[in-house]
Design a protein around this ligand. Structure first.
Ligand SMILES: Cc1ncc(COP(=O)(O)O)c(C=O)c1O
Length: 460
């Protein structure tokens, strides 16, 4: 079937309802045939320009960009959909470091880090991260996802327990599922619920391990746990603490240590995992632990380290240069610019009557609500000349669809003004259009209630 779009036709209800969750466990015994219903639903959305995913750019991820939807529609405009928080992906020094690495090493690491995949550049990067975190042991992974998965899978065994925030990232949830059936989800940021689970586990099991898993900045909500309370609970119940700092490491705080730094808790996490893909201009990720015994163990017992090819020399060089900038006065200035942009955007959105969620960070979630309304608003926004990611159930709770606006330090106030005006217009037009569907007596389109009871991102 071709990927056509027909924007003017009345939108069928199925394109405004349903979710990826419905196709996660397809029925039937033929593994290929049974997945095909998904394409039908997806393509219905695509035909009506309501499939905002899998866009491609034809230029660098700068503040203005051009892109193609996966149906081939051209988009151009102000870009708030790229993850390049300190605008380092197009920084001259970072690009030059990548070019130098190609000259010195070629383009490929040609092996897993457990064999001959490390380079002098990747070893220097591990040292740089360890120093930045006040003297830890760091190992690199090909992606942030594989680092998160590896940290859980490398440490947790079937009789152990995991206590995990219900909104923890997919890499952490998948790592947990691969390690043990004893996964205890708790309500988002609810430290009393963490305590109840720890109490219950320790009442029945004093022998096995417990890993408490959280993020320093949850990306769909832009909010943060009280890491000190989690540390104290871990001490009380003999558990270890893992913090995923993918989204704030490098981009938040005076020194760039994210909420771990702001809460003075860098030392309190037994395991820190991070990603380079948000602030450090490259694929890749890391695990940082407190001693060499643990890092050496993980090198051989975390599958994505041992059995996956190491970061390329280009990626290592790019990230190392990005770290140097992050730790310099320029990095500080870029973080300041970023935060000023974020605060300005939140204030302007509020003035315009748009609801922002969570706390100030490079991610500004803007609430839309019902999935159908959000799909129309997202289509409108792209057509008007602004690019921002839509996130909907199951990545966020049902009825809690939102734009996930991603701010960069290089955005200007006029970029932000433009986004606010266009987003307001997109939402207003969407509300009028969506109302016609809701007023249709036969339609079952409704605004579902928000449910925070289940792991939201599991099927995403
Ligand atoms: C909290 C968190 N952890 C890990 C990852 C995975 O990082 P990467 O995209 O670098 O693989 C992400 C990516 O979105 C994330 O949000």
């Amino acid at each position: 079937m071709s990927k056509n779009t027909k924007q003017t036709a009345r939108i069928p209800e199925e394109a405004l309802t349903g979710s990826l969750r419905e196709y996660r466990v397809p029925e039937g015994g033929h593994l290929i045939e049974r997945v095909k219903n998904f394409y039908g639903w997806q393509n219905l959305r695509r035909e009506h320009n309501l499939w905002p995913y899998a866009k491609s750019t034809s230029s660098a991820p700068r503040t203005h960009t051009t892109a193609l939807t996966d149906a081939g529609q051209k988009l151009a405009g102000v870009n708030f959909a790229s993850q390049d928080y300190l605008s380092l992906a197009s920084h001259d020094r970072v690009k030059e470091a990548g070019a130098r690495a190609i000259k010195d090493y070629g383009v490929h690491s040609a092996g897993s880090a457990a064999l001959l995949g490390n380079t002098s550049g990747s070893l220097a990067l591990e040292k740089e991260i360890s120093d930045f975190l006040f003297g830890r042991e760091t190992i690199l992974y090909p992606t942030g996802w594989s680092a998160g998965f590896a940290a859980v899978q490398g440490l947790v065994r079937p009789d152990d327990h995991i206590v995990m925030d219900v909104l923890a990232h997919s890499c952490l949830q998948e790592g947990a599922r691969a390690s043990t059936q004893n996964v205890h989800f708790h309500g988002h940021l609810n430290t009393r619920a963490v305590e109840r689970r720890l109490q219950r586990i320790r009442a029945n099991d004093t022998k096995n391990g417990i890993l408490v898993v959280t993020e320093s900045l949850f990306s769909m909500h832009s909010d943060t746990p009280d890491i000190g309370v989690l540390r104290a609970l871990c001490d009380e119940y003999d558990a270890q603490l893992l913090v995923d700092c993918a989204h704030d490491f490098g981009s938040i705080g005076d020194a760039g240590l994210g909420h771990l730094g702001l809460q003075n808790m860098v030392d309190s996490a037994d395991v820190i995992i991070g990603s380079f893909s948000k602030t450090f201009a490259s694929n890749g990720g890391f695990i940082s632990v407190k001693d060499i015994e643990t890092s050496e163990y993980l090198k051989y017992y975390s599958a994505t380290q041992t059995f996956s090819n190491a970061l390329s020399p280009v990626q290592s060089a790019v990230v190392l240069e990005a770290f140097k900038i992050v730790r310099s006065k320029e990095g500080k200035d870029r973080r300041l610019n970023l935060m000023n942009n974020v605060l300005y955007m939140r204030a302007e959105m509020e003035k315009a009557g748009l609801e922002t969620l969570g706390d100030p960070s490079a991610i500004v979630p803007v609430r839309v609500g019902a999935e159908g309304l959000a799909r129309i608003a997202s289509r409108n926004l792209s057509n008007l000349g602004a690019i921002a990611n839509l996130v909907e159930y199951p990545a966020v709770p049902q009825g809690g669809a939102r734009f996930r606006v991603q701010v960069m330090s290089d955005h200007t106030t006029s970029d932000i003004d433009k986004l606010v005006v266009l987003m307001l217009q997109a939402m207003k037009d969407a509300e009028i259009e969506y109302r016609t569907y809701r007023e249709d007596e036969n339609s079952s389109i409704h605004t579902p209630t928000i449910s925070m009871d289940e792991p939201a991102s599991r099927a995403a």
